[in-house]
Design a protein around this ligand. Structure first.
Ligand code: 5GP
Length: 179
């Protein structure tokens, strides 16, 4: 599998260290709140599970799955909900947990959609951010790492549904695209 990775961008140790820092910050910020973490499937699942274990609060968790219409390389901003939440979020302190913000169009849709359900508060936590690619004007409250405009895999992120299980963030080798 290592042959499919051109380079390791963020190794396992750096990821775990940063996740711990984020968890400490979130624990502090949500101490007297009713925290509901919303994991965005599937990419957010590894980050969310590491993060939630380190947050020292009685939090709740729910899941949403969304997909963008359009080609895989060009985000259209039109988002379809494939799996909605199991619960109402009115009055809750909601934290969206995402794998990566790229154009920001997916998150823009999600934020508008969840705000209409009247949570007490709504914030966003992303493992990775590619600020160069931003199109939508969104605010991300907690960012793990800013990364350059490269297609990354691992730690929840896939290429054709594979590589989500890599314990680090890597850049995909060109020869995988031509396989
Ligand atoms: P946005 O709407 O911000 O353009 O797209 C966000 C979604 O695109 C992410 O949740 C992720 O599924 C996908 N995405 C964006 N950049 C990458 C990347 O470098 N690697 C992978 N595997 N997915 C990405």
């Amino acid at each position: 599998m290592l042959d499919d990775v051109k380079k390791v961008l963020i190794d396992e140790g750096a990821l775990q260290k940063r996740v711990k820092e984020l968890a400490i910050q979130i624990t502090e910020d949500y101490r007297d709140k009713d925290l509901l973490m919303i994991c965005i499937l599937k990419g957010g699942v590894v980050f969310t599970s590491d993060l939630m274990k380190l947050i020292n609060l009685p939090l709740a968790i729910d899941f949403m799955a969304v997909s963008s219409y359009g080609s895989s390389t060009k985000s259209s901003g039109v988002v379809r909900i494939q799996k909605d939440l199991d619960q109402e979020i009115e009055g809750k302190d909601v934290l969206i947990v995402e794998d990566i913000v790229d154009t920001g169009l997916t998150l823009h849709y999600l934020i508008e959609n969840l705000l209409s359900r009247k949570p007490a508060s709504l914030k966003v936590c992303c493992c990775l951010d590619k600020p160069e690619r931003r199109v939508a004007d969104i605010h991300v409250d907690y960012v793990g790492f800013n990364i350059p405009d490269e297609f990354v895999i691992g730690y929840g992120l896939d290429f054709a549904e594979k590589y989500r299980n890599l314990p680090y963030i890597g850049v995909l080798s060109e020869n995988v695209y031509s396989k």
